[in-house]
Design a binder for this molecule. Sequence first.
Ligand code: PMP
Length: 304
Amino acid sequence: MADRDGQIWYDGKLVPWRDATTHVLTHSLHYGLAVFEGVRAYKTEIGTAIFRLEEHTKRLFNSAKIYLMDIPFTQQQLMDAQREVVRVNKLESCYLRPLAFYGSEKMGVSPIGAKVHVAIAAWPWGAYLGEEGLTKGIRVKTSSHARHHVNVTMARAKVSSTYANSILANLEATQHGYDEGLLLDTDGFVAEGAGENIYIVKDGKIFTPELTTALDGITWRSVQALASDLGIPVEKTRLTRDDIYICDEAFFTGTAAEVTPIRELDRRVIGSGSRGPVTEKIQKAFFDVVNGRNPKYHHWLAKV
Ligand code: PMP
């Protein structure tokens, strides 16, 4: 990732991609506290636009607030910066990664005295779980690792340390030949994927876990608006892994994963074993919105 052309916004300036480096004594690298976002820009019918830029930027600042981190820029500055990064790199569609982290000004657990730095990179990134996954669905494995209890790592924050837990779940799944890991909470109820929220469909109704140990996903919220438009009821409830084994359809949502059907969990084939009709409707509605084909949601698209 480091050796490529392009420009990265770094503490208020655009720097050549290869020069956007940090010292090995960077505080966040040692103690795991950095907050970040994953954002996508799409080539839409009204020009290249960033999907729900304001909501992503707000969540970045909320993540920082939860961890008592002061980002030395305003939300407006970081929204402008994200647009600028897409423009200067001449990207028609891309993934954006804004990151706020503590620098190398000091060592020791307390970050007091370390400067907060902000970087924003953008690059083309196709379907996170594979193009085929979007149409045929993916195979998922329940992780033997639980998602953090809410009194361990607060799930409203998108913080780098959470992803050590995600990495354990993802590696466990992929090293056993699956595509992605599913995490349960410490009581055994379904939380979320390693980098996605989860929905299931049963008897024409959509269910998803209440937000306790899962990230408050922007795609997750968007899907609820689209389901309501389609007249499909959505209920937030506690789900167990066997609720998923016997549901009609299941799918993941996320900025990177978009709307990805799940065709198998722990070797139990879900529904017909491919993308189900409700998932397909939601997926189509989602791609219509992000690609600017639904004027009702043009306000979710920030033109660059
Ligand atoms: N949960 C986790 C752990 C994630 O990393 C993500 C991706 N950011 C999501 C859920 C989905 O969130 P969003 O739709 O805002 O990308």
